[in-house]
Design a protein around this ligand. Structure first.
Ligand SMILES: Cc1ncc(COP(=O)(O)O)c(C=O)c1O
Length: 423
C-alpha cells in the first residue's frame, strides 16, 4: 500500500520545502469551505477532477484581467506577456517531468487529446495490417477506444494484458503478448477505477525489448507522486491539468523528440506551419507542429501555477498523508458488513472502489450527496474492469492531498445511513 517508499518513480521533494501541513494545505482550497445540502463538503471525487488552490485561481484572474492577448503572433506588449506565460509554463512542466528539452512538452486539451494525438500522429503513420497494440484490462476508455479506431483504420490488432483478482496486471501474460508485431504498448500508470500503480518501469523495459514504443497514461499518477520521464524511459507520457489542481481544458503530451520529429501533424491550422502556399505547406518545428490554432492560453497560465503549487509542497509528505488516509478508508469501509472492495493491489494510490451488497451505487451516491459527500458512482469510464469483476458499477472515493481521516469518518457514517435505508 505504501506507494511513497516502494516506487522508484517517486522522487524526493526539494529539501527547502516546508514539511507537509494538512491544515495549511486545506486553507489553500477555498471550495473546501462550502456546505452542500447543509453539510460541510467532503470532496472525494478527485480522480474525476481535483479542486484548484487559491494561487491557481489568482493566476487565472491575473491572466484574464491584466495579461490576455493571442500568443506568438504580435509584437505588442500583451501578446508578448501572454506568450511569456504560455512558454514559461512549458519550461515549468519540462522541469516538473524532468524532460530534457522544452520541445518535448506538447500542450493538448487533456489526456484524451494527448492519446488521440499519438494515435493519429504515430499510429496512423507507422502501423499497418497485423501490427499489434497492447493495452491492459485496467485502462480508462480514453486509452482503449483510440486504439480500437486505429485498428479499424489500419488493420492492426488490439491485444489485452489481463489483471488478477487484486487488480494487478499479470506481468508474465503481458510479456507473453509482446512480440516483433507489437508496435505500441499503451498503459496506465495508475488505474482511475481501482488505484493500482502499475510497475511501469518494468513494463516499459520489456516493451522496449520487443521493439515497441510505449505511451503511458499518467492522468492518475502526476497528482500523487513525482514522475521522471527520463528515468522511466517512456516514449510518450499523457496527463491532464484538471486532475492535478489546475484548470480544465488543458493537458500535456510528453514525447521523445526523435518520434515527435518523425510524426506528421495531428491537426492543420495556424501556428503549426512555417510557410503556406497552395502548392505546398511546410510545418513548424516541434512542439508547435502539434499545436494548431489558438490554444487554451488562460488554462496554460493556470496549469503553470498548479505546477508551481505542487512544486512548492512537500510531495513525499503529501503522499505519505494520502497513503495514510487511503489505508484508514480501506480499513473503515472493510468493516461495513455488506461492503466489498475491488482493487487490492500491493501498490495503490488515491482510490477506494467498493460496492454495498443490495444497494445500487447510484442510490448510495445520492444519499451520500445529501450528507455533503461527493463520490463517483458508475463504471468510471473503465467498463472492462467492471466486466472483469462481474459488476456494473462501484462507489469510488478518490483522494487528494487535502482529504482527511475525518472526511472518511463522514463517508462511513453516511454509508451506514445508506445501509439503514436499504436494510
Ligand atoms: C486514467 C485516466 N486516463 C484518461 C483520462 C481522461 O482524462 P481527460 O478527461 O482529462 O482527458 C482519465 C480521466 O478520468 C483517467 O482517469
Amino acid at each position: 500500500m505504501n506507494a511513497a517508499t516502494s516506487l522508484k518513480t517517486v522522487v524526493g521533494s526539494a529539501a527547502s520545502t516546508a514539511p507537509f501541513d494538512l491544515v495549511r494545505i486545506r486553507a489553500d482550497f477555498p471550495i473546501l469551505e462550502i456546505t452542500v445540502n447543509g453539510k460541510p463538503l467532503a470532496y472525494l471525487d478527485n480522480a474525476a477532477s481535483a479542486q484548484m488552490p487559491q494561487p491557481v485561481l489568482d493566476r487565472l484572474v491575473q491572466y484574464q484581467t491584466r495579461e490576455h492577448a493571442n500568443i506568438h503572433r504580435a509584437v505588442h506588449y500583451l501578446s508578448e506577456t501572454a506568450t511569456a506565460a504560455y512558454e514559461g509554463a512549458r519550461r515549468k512542466i519540462q522541469r516538473f517531468l524532468n524532460a530534457r528539452e522544452e520541445r518535448e512538452v506538447i500542450y493538448t486539451r487533456g489526456t484524451t487529446d494527448a492519446i488521440n494525438l499519438v494515435m493519429h500522429g504515430y499510429g496512423r503513420a507507422f502501423l499497418g495490417k497485423d501490427d499489434e497494440i497492447i493495452v491492459s484490462q485496467l485502462e480508462h476508455h480514453s486509452n482503449i477506444v483510440p486504439w480500437q479506431l486505429l485498428c479499424e483504420q489500419t488493420g492492426a490488432r488490439l491485444r489485452v494484458a489481463a489483471i488478477n483478482d487484486a487488480g494487478e496486471v499479470e506481468l508474465e501474460q503481458y510479456s507473453a503478448l509482446l512480440s516483433p508485431r507489437t508496435k505500441i504498448v499503451a498503459i496506465g500508470h495508475v488505474s482511475n477505477a481501482l488505484g493500482t500503480i502499475n510497475p511501469i518501469g518494468e513494463m516499459i523495459e520489456r516493451a522496449h525489448g520487443a521493439g515497441a514504443v510505449v505511451l503511458v497514461d499518467g492522468a492518475q499518477a502526476v497528482p500523487h507522486f513525482a514522475v521522471d520521464v527520463q528515468s522511466l524511459d517512456c516514449d510518450f507520457y499523457a496527463f491532464s491539468s484538471h486532475k492535478m489542481f489546475g484548470p480544465t481544458g488543458v493537458g500535456v503530451l510528453y514525447g521523445r523528440p526523435s518520434l515527435l520529429d518523425a510524426m506528421p501533424p495531428y491537426q492543420g491550422g495556424g501556428d503549426m506551419i512555417a510557410s503556406v502556399t497552395f502548392e505546398r505547406t511546410e510545418y513548424n518545428v516541434v512542439p508547435y507542429k502539434f499545436e494548431a490554432g489558438t490554444p487554451n492560453i488562460a488554462g496554460v497560465a493556470g496549469f503553470g501555477a498548479a505546477i508551481d503549487y505542487l512544486s512548492s509542497i512537500d510531495r513525499r509528505g503529501a503522499l505519505a498523508h494520502e497513503d495514510d488516509v487511503l489505508a484508514y478508508a480501506t480499513e473503515r469501509v472493510s468493516e461495513i458488513p455488506n461492503a466489498t472492495i475491488f482493487g487490492n493491489a500491493r501498490h495503490k494510490t488515491g482510490v477506494l472502489s467498493f460496492v454495498l451488497e443490495g444497494v445500487h451505487p447510484h442510490d448510495a451516491g445520492t444519499i451520500l450527496d445529501s450528507e455533503g459527500v461527493a463520490v463517483r458512482t458508475g463504471q468510471h469510464c473503465a467498463q472492462p474492469i467492471m466486466d472483469r469483476f462481474g459488476i456494473t458499477a462501484t462507489i469510488r472515493a478518490s483522494l487528494a492531498i487535502y482529504n482527511t481521516r475525518d472526511e472518511i469518518d463522514v463517508l462511513v457514517r453516511a454509508l451506514e445511513r445508506v445501509r439503514g435505508v436499504f436494510a
